[in-house]
Design a protein around this ligand. Structure first.
Ligand code: NAI
Ligand code: 13P
Length: 336
């Protein structure tokens, strides 16, 4: 069944997801904050700022008028960087149809409130809209999805009918979608892996190789799982696409912005100069701060996240941070 879909956020991921939907035959309109991005998508079928290398489906429409984009949509996909989701959705929600299905594809935690995206949505959506809310996550670099490289993701909702509806909306021969009932776990998998990816980038920037990366991925997954379970997530979710899948992708893939920021930090650049040169978002930078505070509140040990945080916020040297991880007390291998 063809549906009318609004995708809020024309960064690289919003643009790639909107392309999937348009190719699936849904009447899809992308909301771009920048007028020139909307114009270029309409006229040249390209997003020159956030996804320049890919030609977009001709049927994909774009506009910078948020109210107009969401007004007639049966499905609304929110894909702005997580620190802006609250403000953008507050502006969009008064124009939303009461029966609209809302999907979040952002990966991060709001730094001031420590809220996941489902909690941010809970504040702005009606109870009915929230009951059907879902989150889409998993290992999926936007540029590869836009080029139709075979990709598998997961969509989580407390309402299985909504999850299946979103699954059918996105699924095609190159974009495979699994469902999962664990909203908290899928949210946290996508947010926490960015912090570990920063650490994996730092290690690579320092010149260390595969051993160090595998150690960070494995022990990173252990601490992600520990915090997730303490916050009500299902342990199994962290072995799936939104957990291990996305963690492996982001810690190993050169396309990762989080890994790249870590790499440049490891090579000795300052965070300020790296971020000053980036128009794209590296969610892990803000999420690291939120995670350290969540770990403290839930009394969970997260040594990797806390060293990443120290590099980002306290100016700790990457070499010292890695030494701190390696000189921790000897202990048995534990997951909880
Ligand atoms: N790029 C990717 O491969 C993937 C990204 N994601 C997630 O998607 C979310 C969006 O990231 P991308 O699409 O990659 O963005 P991007 O990094 O390509 O572009 C930045 C986006 O932020 C928007 N922006 C900047 N300031 C803003 C403000 N004040 N208010 C609202 N929007 C503002 C820009 O308009 C642009 O859409 C993030 O949470 C990211 O983690 C998830 C999966 C894959
Ligand atoms: O979440 C992503 C892929 O699944 C993208 O990761 P980066 O934001 O680090 O590029």
């Amino acid at each position: 069944m063809s549906r009318e879909v609004a995708v809020i956020g024309a960064g690289s991921w919003g643009t790639a997801l909107a392309s999937v939907l348009a190719r699936n035959g849904h009447a899809t309109t992308l909301w771009a904050r920048e007028e020139e991005v909307a114009r270029s998508i309409m006229e040249a079928h390209r997003n020159p700022v956030y996804l320049p290398e890919v030609e977009l489906p001709a049927a994909l429409r774009a506009s910078s008028d948020l109210a107009r984009v969401v007004r007639s949509a049966g499905v609304v996909v929110s894909v702005v960087p997580s620190q802006f989701v609250g403000a953008v959705m507050a502006e969009a929600v008064p124009h939303l149809a009461p029966e609209a299905l809302v999907v979040s594809a952002s990966k991060g935690i709001e730094i001031n409130s420590l809220r996941r995206m489902d909690q941010v949505m809970d504040d702005v959506l009606s109870a009915d809209q929230m009951a059907r809310f879902s989150v889409l996550s998993g290992p999926s670099f936007a540029a590869e999805v836009a080029r139709e490289a075979p990709t598998a993701v997961v969509v989580a909702s407390r309402d299985q009918e909504s999850a299946r509806s979103v699954q059918h909306l996105f699924q095609n021969r190159s974009f495979r979608v699994y469902t999962n009932p664990d909203v908290v776990g899928v949210e946290l998998g996508g947010a926490l892996k960015n912090v570990v990816a920063l650490g994996a980038g730092v290690a690579a920037g320092l010149g260390f190789g595969h051993n160090t990366r595998a150690a960070l991925i494995t022990r990173g997954l252990a601490e992600m799982t520990r915090l997730g379970v303490a916050m009500g997530a299902r342990r199994d979710t962290f072995s799936g696409l939104a957990g291990m899948g996305d963690l492996v992708l982001t810690c190993t893939g050169d396309l990762s912005r989080n890994r790249t920021v870590g790499f440049r930090l490891g090579q000795g650049e300052s965070l300020e100069s790296i971020l000053g040169e980036m128009r794209a978002v590296a969610e892990g930078v803000k999420t690291a701060e939120a995670v350290v505070e969540l770990a403290r509140r839930h009394e969970v040990e997260m040594p990797i996240a806390s060293e990443v945080h120290a590099i980002l916020v306290q100016g700790r040297s990457p070499r010292e941070a890695l030494d701190n991880l390696m000189s921790r007390d000897p202990k048995p291998e534990q997951w909880s």
